[in-house]
Each structure stands twice: as structure tokens, then as C-alpha cells.
Ligand binder design. Structure first.
Ligand code: SF4
Length: 145
């Protein structure tokens, strides 16, 4: 699925991931306040290594060879950019590999039972505060709001 079609498909659910703060500024919600179904419906990847891989592909214009060649060794994601955890070198037996794969498939199938999008046309764009409004916004340092 192309990046654009993903945006269209998940766009209707993305508003669940945003909220307005006390000053009316659009901010991201705390993902811990969302259900797994809401997160998946909005396109979030439940498997952390797949999420890292997706971010690295996004960073490299969807070019796997460029992710492989990435020289940004200071990037926190660099060790994980190939979708594997190099700190986990546990060797699995074929039986363990199949069992793990089945468990992950089952988890994904359950998680993909998502709610239907709201009725009506899909929003073409989520409104964002103007630059002037953003400039006047108070700056928060650290901690959750
Ligand atoms: S590891 Fe490289 S490809 Fe991945 S996000 Fe960092 S800079 Fe981008």
C-alpha cells in the first residue's frame, strides 16, 4: 500500500489520536489513553521492530537499500533499522519459530478487528493552529500535561 493510500485509509481514524489543549492548540493524545483497536485503525504498528523499520523506510523514501546503507550511527533507531533486535540473538527451534509466528498472527488478527469509520465524508485535512497562534502558545518543559 502506498504512503498516500495509507494516509487516505487511516485518515478518518487519525483524529482519534489528536486533541486540543486548554488553549485550543492541536496536540497528540497520550497513546496510553487509546485502545489497541483505535491505534491500529489509525495505522499504528503494534510490533515495535516493524514500527522502527517503517520509520526507517519513511526516512529513506521507502528505499530498503538506503536503510541498509544508513550511516547515521548516532540515530537511536540505527541498530534496529533492519527490523531485527541485534541484542536478542536467541536461536529458536523450528517449532518455537512456528509457535511464535502463530501467536503473532493471532494477535494481529484480533487487533485488526477495528471499529467502522464515522459516517460522512472523510476529512481532507485536520485543521492546525495558525503560525501566530502557535508562537503565542506557552512552552511546556518535560512531563506529561
Ligand atoms: S537509523 Fe537511519 S534510516 Fe533509520 S531513522 Fe535513523 S537515520 Fe533514518
Amino acid at each position: 500500500m502506498s504512503v498516500e493510500s495509507k494516509q487516505i485509509e487511516f485518515g478518518r481514524f487519525r483524529q482519534d489520536m489528536l486533541e486540543r489543549d486548554a488553549d485550543g492548540h492541536l496536540i497528540g493524545r497520550d497513546p496510553r489513553d487509546l485502545t489497541a483497536e483505535q491505534l491500529i485503525a489509525a495505522g499504528a504498528e503494534p510490533a515495535i521492530l516493524k514500527a522502527v523499520r517503517a520509520k526507517c523506510l519513511d526516512c529513506c523514501c521507502e528505499q530498503p537499500t538506503e536503510v541498509r546503507k544508513c550511516t547515521a550511527v548516532d540515530c537511536a533507531l540505527w541498530p534496529y533499522r533492519l527490523g531485527r533486535n541485534p541484542f536478542n540473538r536467541r536461536e529458536l527451534t523450528e517449532e518455537q519459530r512456528v509457535a511464535l509466528s502463530d501467536r503473532m498472527k493471532k494477535f494481529r488478527e484480533e487487533a485488526r478487528t477495528v471499529p467502522q469509520p464515522p459516517e460522512g465524508p472523510a476529512p481532507s485535512k485536520i485543521s492546525t493552529p495558525s503560525l501566530e497562534t502557535a508562537r503565542r502558545a506557552p512552552i511546556r518543559i518535560g512531563g506529561r500535561p
